[in-house]
Design a protein around this ligand. Structure first.
Ligand code: GDP
Length: 611
């Protein structure tokens, strides 16, 4: 039998070194369930270890591991990716694998992101590609900004396609990668021939390399005077991008995005690079899987998400789950604004029919039926909420500690605004408010768009107020805010926000107390009374003395104590509450060591207004 494991008097099970898997954001109750213990015991044990949490609150990874160590369990906190894989497996699903053998695979178009330094022509290039393709595409051209588009390239007498992500720059690319989504096959690095390699050029190279994505260099603006495409080739060699003509394996194409020069050569270079270095194959005959690259709430159509199908074929009527959103494909629109019934590998389409707005980088899966889609979405949603709550709770507890140490109080805010500019301006203005060192403003989250349920959850977990600037709440946010007691305030002018937050901060200031002398008395004689101890026979010299008042005892000009009280006060034989100057009285003080000649200063603390 194992020796009982005791923490601070609480008897706990002993894991005997066993391994235990817990999800990130798990609660003590989840922990207790796994080891067949009583959740209350874990709460108590953790309390004895110095942390106070409730049984159902998510706790941090460190806490789970620490508590596990105490009980001889090797706790392994499972990452969200692993957890998601396990979640899908429990539905017999797998993301990222093509079904069937090699014979099931067909070639798919490369998906391309355009990167490079600011002003080197990324946007112009994307425009230019869109336009050159009008001839081979629709009469109206690519009009719908769905976040991606596909162009046709005739290459070696074959019709081939290339898919472009419409958000240039490596930031979006890397943000998606951070969420586990590899959405790009080939990167086009745009470098202006009249400028050269700049900081973001280098950054883009590093990001592409980190993702193991091959680069095609577009040397742009060759129409400009002073353009030196060869210099660019030389510069990039230092970063490991060696042009083919120098014996390397990177393709360089001189272009003018403005004049539409050599755009076709660039597209061919992309295909050639893809063919030479990648095997872009996918099985088009399976339930579709893909990645969301953009999503928003459309006024008329509800939540819409642009997805790039990675394998399989997506069809109208399919039950889908995208991140924590689910639904059925009601309608699909391509970059021309045309309805499409199906979308195969590498095809971008805007999907309608989801119940909520998914995130960029979320994976899309077609599942058996609506019920499965909803179950997966719900589980992901719950997990997301837990993770968020655990994160914010941890941050709060740290700050609370800080606040206790510095005696500061913190006002937590979540900002939501109608656009990135206004949110930024608001945040800046709020952070400039100066009230006092004792109160601090802490903006724990900010974002563009309506106040969502997720915002409310975070606010509830962090005791925050939500500021909606030119936005309203959406979905069940208001309902949940009411249930959780979260305050949402709406504004449309910045100075109003500033004014009210400043007031709120002032309201949080602790009152300042000032001492005011009420009166003084001198001890003239001492009497012993068996029942009450030593009675001081006093003469009130100024002001008045009051029963229960705070007093300071001064002997020969120095303070003996300033934390004494007048416990009882008598005039002649009567108990009184006050004795005025010029009268004699008897007092019993809470401080026993008194002498004839001591001065009793009576004072009170009054709250003074702050300026
Ligand atoms: P981004 O910041 O990389 O997206 O750059 P833009 O596409 O916005 O281009 C920056 C500026 O360079 C704009 O004024 C473009 O018109 C201009 N530009 C882009 N490509 C070319 C080009 O090939 N030739 C010339 N002369 N100007 C260009």
């Amino acid at each position: 039998m194992q020796a009982p494991n005791v923490i601070g008097g609480v008897r706990l099970p002993d894991g005997g070194g066993a391994s235990l898997r817990l999800a990130r954001g798990a609660s003590l109750s989840d922990f207790a369930d796994k080891i067949g213990a009583d959740a209350a015991a874990l709460v108590q044990a953790l309390f004895n270890l110095g942390e106070m949490v409730t049984a159902t609150a998510s706790v941090s990874e460190e806490t789970l591991v620490l508590l596990g160590d105490e009980m001889n369990y090797k706790v392994e906190v499972v990452s969200p990716e692993d957890e998601d894989r396990e979640l899908l497996e429990s539905f017999d699903l797998q993301f990222g694998e093509d079904e069937g053998g090699e014979e099931a695979l067909v070639q798919r178009p490369p998906v391309v992101t355009v990167m490079g330094h600011v002003d080197h022509g990324k946007t112009r290039l994307l425009d230019s590609i869109r336009k050159t393709n009008v001839g081979s595409g629709e009469a109206g051209g690519i009009t719908q900004g769905i976040g991606a588009y596909q162009v046709k390239v005739t290459y070696e007498d074959e019709d081939r396609y290339v898919t472009f992500l419409d958000t240039p720059g490596h930031e979006a690319f890397t943000a998606m990668r951070a969420r586990g989504a590899q959405s790009t096959d080939v990167a086009i690095l745009v470098v202006a021939a009249d400028d050269g390699v700049m900081p973001q050029t280098v950054e883009a190279i590093n990001h592409a390399k980190a993702a193991d994505v091959p680069i095609v260099v577009a040397v742009n603006k060759i129409d400009k005077e002073g353009a030196q495409p060869d210099k660019i080739r030389g510069q990039l060699t230092e970063y490991g991008l060696i042009p083919e003509e120098y014996g390397g394996d990177t393709m360089f194409v001189d272009i003018s995005a403005k004049q539409g020069l050599h755009i076709n050569d660039l597209l061919e270079a992309v295909l050639l690079t893809a063919d030479n270095t990648l095997e872009l194959m996918a099985n088009p005959n399976m339930a579709a899987q893909g990645v969301a690259i953009e999503a928003h709430l459309d006024r008329g159509r509800g939540p819409v998400a642009t997805v790039i199908v990675q394998r399989g074929t997506l069809r109208i009527g399919d039950s889908i789950v995208v991140g924590d959103a689910h639904g059925r494909v009601r309608r699909m629109v391509d970059e021309f604004g045309n309805d499409v019934d199906e979308a195969g590998p590498s095809r971008p389409v805007q999907v309608q029919g989801l119940n909520s707005v998914s995130g960029a980088g979320d994976n899309l899966l077609v599942v058996e039926d609506d019920r499965v889609a909803r179950q997966i979405a719900d589980r992901r949603n719950a997990r997301k909420r837990n993770a968020l709550a655990a994160k914010s709770r941890k941050r709060i507890s740290l700050e609370d500690l800080d606040a206790v140490l510095k005696e500061t109080s913190t006002l937590n805010l979540i900002l939501k605004g109608d656009n990135a500019g206004s949110v930024e301006a608001l945040e800046e203005a709020l952070l400039k408010i100066e009230v006092d060192d004792e109160v601090a403003l802490n903006i724990i989250d900010r974002g563009v768009g309506a106040v969502t349920q997720t915002n409310v959850t975070l606010a509830a977990a962090s005791d925050a107020i939500i500021i909606g600037f030119n936005v309203r709440s959406e979905g069940k946010a208001t309902e949940e805010a009411n249930a959780e007691g979260v305050e949402i305030r709406y504004y449309s002018v910045i100075y109003r926000v500033i004014e009210e937050i400043e007031q709120a901060l002032r309201g949080m200031l602790k009152p300042i107390y000032e001492e005011r002398e009420v009166g003084r008395a001198e001890i003239r004689a001492l009497f012993k009374a068996s029942a009450v101890g030593l009675i001081a026979g006093c003469m009130v010299e100024s002001g008045k003395v009051r029963r229960n008042a705070s007093v300071r005892l001064v002997r020969d000009g120095s303070v003996v104590t300033d934390k004494a009280n007048i416990d009882s006060l008598r005039r002649e034989k009567d108990d009184v509450t006050e004795v005025a100057a010029g009268y004699e009285c008897g007092m019993v003080l809470s401080y026993p060591d008194i002498q004839v000649g001591d001065i009793i200063e009576v004072y009170e603390e009054v709250e003074v207004p702050r300026d």
